[in-house]
Design a protein around this ligand. Structure first.
Ligand SMILES: O=C(O)c1ccccc1N[C@@H]1O[C@H](COP(=O)(O)O)[C@@H](O)[C@H]1O
Length: 216
């Protein structure tokens, strides 16, 4: 279970105390969840040893990557832009840490886009495609995709599910998609960019019960 877009010590503590496996820090200035290098550094120290620390970047340049890695020292890099398979592989060898590539799903043919990333990315994250408006973020929009589309996916492909998940729908998402991991951002907020500790806890509780039920 990953809680993404944490940007205060209090809400990070809520995620860690509730048992999040991964905590995400967004480095994307247009996002209401963007953290400065300094804040990212402090949050990362707070999470060290308690959960995997993830830095989320969108089409980063080499300098953006170097700065984020130096300041935040993440366990994993999440790439949430239109990075090509070659760029993902290049970033992975540059940072010498695992990389998770996010891919948008809206129709059956989108699943074919996964194959070229199999060699270069350590993990795949499946998200809804963002709305086609100029102001839209590439993720963190609270939009789900049709989970039924994943019936067409090779069962050997492991993925993290994201996009519009929340405490109310995460159990159904896990049951339907048989995913082994889930990620949430806006579904555990009281307003864009402000995480709600009670919703974080409810999300993790619901996801944990659904994973336990799926393994029986
Ligand atoms: O959270 C953001 O602000 C963000 C910005 C830019 C790219 C991705 C972002 N978040 C990721 O988007 C998905 C879905 O989020 P949501 O739960 O639907 O709000 C998730 O993987 C976040 O890590």
């Amino acid at each position: 279970m990953k809680i993404c877009g944490l940007s205060t010590p209090e809400t990070l503590d809520a995620a860690l105390s509730a048992g999040a496996d991964m905590v995400g820090f967004v480095r994307f200035p247009k996002s209401p969840r963007h953290v400065s290098l300094n804040l990212g550094h402090r949050l990362s120290l707070q999470a060290k040893g308690r959960a995997q620390r993830v830095v989320l970047l969108v089409n980063p340049g080499d300098e953006d990557i170097a700065q984020a890695v130096e300041a935040i020292n993440p366990d994993l890099i999440q790439l949430h832009g239109s990075e090509t398979p070659e760029r993902v592989a290049e970033i992975r060898s540059m940072v010498k840490r695992p990389v998770m590539k996010a891919l948008g799903v809206a129709e059956p043919s989108d699943l074919q886009a996964l194959t070229p990333y199999a060699g270069g990315a350590d993990h795949l994250l499946l998200d809804a495609k963002p709305p086609r408006t100029a102001a839209a973020l590439p993720g963190g929009n609270g939009i789900s995709f049709d989970w039924g589309l994943l019936k067409g996916l090779d069962p050997k492909v492991s993925f993290m599910l994201s996009g519009g998940l929340n405490p109310e729908n995460v159990a159904e998402a896990i049951r339907l998609t048989k995913t082994q991991a889930v990620d949430v951002s806006s579904g555990v907020e009281s307003r864009p960019g402000l995480k709600d500790p009670a919703r974080i806890e409810a999300f993790i509780r619901a996801a944990r019960s659904a994973f336990a039920a799926a393994h029986h």
